[in-house]
Design a protein around this ligand. Structure first.
Ligand SMILES: CSC[C@@H](O)[C@@H](O)C(=O)COP(=O)(O)O
Length: 356
């Protein structure tokens, strides 16, 4: 079942990839592990199944993980609708911990779960009935989704002010509709450019080891008719040296108070290259990715993923059995290498100092 549309009623381009949807009794996720070969869905009916889907990369990308987490939290509540508010609280504290532990680096998950927990406490304090609390949690989860969509579009609007007709832009990992509620963050600018008839050339890093660039970004952009060219990660320097890419734009999983930014492994190398070649390096992310409680990048927890994500590709072993492999999922780009941080509320430039 293909649920992706590219044109609205007037025939204008429209981006409509929806990776996470809340249905009546389950959260339905595009199984991103299967793309681009197959577009199939995975359903999770409670917090445990949702946490497992996040951990296993069925759904990935900071804002999409956050939405799945909020939906899983609500589903857990809905399964305890006939319990007391005290019992529900006990259940939700556990669900919160389980979901939060599924992936540690993206702060958006913590942001969304805090919003859900606060909603529970606000309603419980008012002594409203448990079924009303559960309804309130559903509404809050859907509000998070709607807010993310608006934020992504706004990020796209701001990104457009940084691009020129015909420009080549290099991107890393996947920061598109698949990673958010819609449009994406770093990719939103490309979709809006397409919508407005502005030609941009996108260079998509394949993004080893998990290939989010070649599998997901290339798929999304190609489906949408955006001019996209896949390159290996180790071609980025050549693409910049040849003047093919005149800017780099990436997403973020957590931005510390001083602007240091955790994003997909390989991002820092691109920032260093961009500085060398004198081209701008942009980070695009919603405000919910900024974590003022983390002072610098040194305090950002970096997830280490299983070794076989590095040593096995699509079932084929590409390294000797038993060889050691190191697989950190993210790196931290020092803020002084970041030309600008583009959020839904505007563009920030160095020196960065984010506070509550
Ligand atoms: C809008 S997505 C921003 C980031 O989450 C993205 O750049 C990224 O690093 C995703 O990593 P992933 O491991 O695929 O979840």
């Amino acid at each position: 079942m293909i649920e992706i549309r590219y044109h609205d009623a007037e025939g204008f381009f429209m981006h409509d990839v929806r990776p996470v949807e809340l249905r009546e009794a389950e959260v339905r996720m595009i199984d991103q592990r299967q793309l681009p070969e197959k577009l199939v869905y995975v359903d999770a009916k409670d917090a445990r199944e949702t946490a497992e889907a996040i951990r296993a990369m069925v759904v990935r990308g900071a804002p999409a993980i956050a939405l799945a987490g909020a939906f899983g939290f609500y589903l857990e509540a809905s399964r305890h609708i006939s319990e007391s508010a005290d019992k529900l609280e006990e259940v939700l504290v556990k669900a919160h911990a389980l979901l939060l532990a599924s992936r540690p680096t993206a702060v958006n998950l913590s942001f969304a779960l805090t919003r859900m927990m606060n909603t529970f406490h606000t309603l419980a304090l008012r002594e409203v009935r448990v079924d009303e609390i559960v309804r309130g949690l559903r509404a809050e989860a859907l509000a998070l989704q709607a807010e993310d969509e608006v934020a992504c579009r706004q990020i796209g609007e701001h990104l457009l002010t940084l691009y020129e007709e015909g420009m080549g832009v290099l991107t890393h990992c996947n920061t598109g509709g698949l990673a958010t509620s819609r449009y994406g963050t770093a990719l939103a600018g490309f979709y809006l450019a397409k919508e407005r008839g502005m030609a941009l050339r996108v260079y998509a890093d394949e993004t080893r080891p998990y290939l989010q660039g070649s599998r997901l970004t290339a798929w999304e952009l190609q489906q949408a008719g955006v001019d996209v060219t896949v390159i290996c990660d180790n071609m980025a320097a050549a693409v910049m040296a040849q003047g093919l890419a005149r800017a780099v734009v990436v997403g973020a999983d957590r931005i510390a108070a001083n602007g240091d930014t955790a994003n997909k492994i390989g991002t820092m190398g691109l920032a260093i290259l961009a500085r060398h070649f004198g081209i701008p390096f942009y980070v695009a992310a919603p405000v919910s990715t900024i974590d003022p409680r983390t002072p610098t990048g040194a305090e950002i927890p970096i997830e280490t993923r299983p070794e076989d994500e590095l040593t096995v590709i699509r079932g084929a072993r590409i390294a000797p059995v038993g060889v050691a492999a190191y697989n950190p999922a993210f790196d931290v780009t020092p803020s002084d290498l970041i030309t600008a941080i583009i959020t839904e509320i505007g563009i920030y430039r160095a020196p960065y100092a984010f506070s509550h």
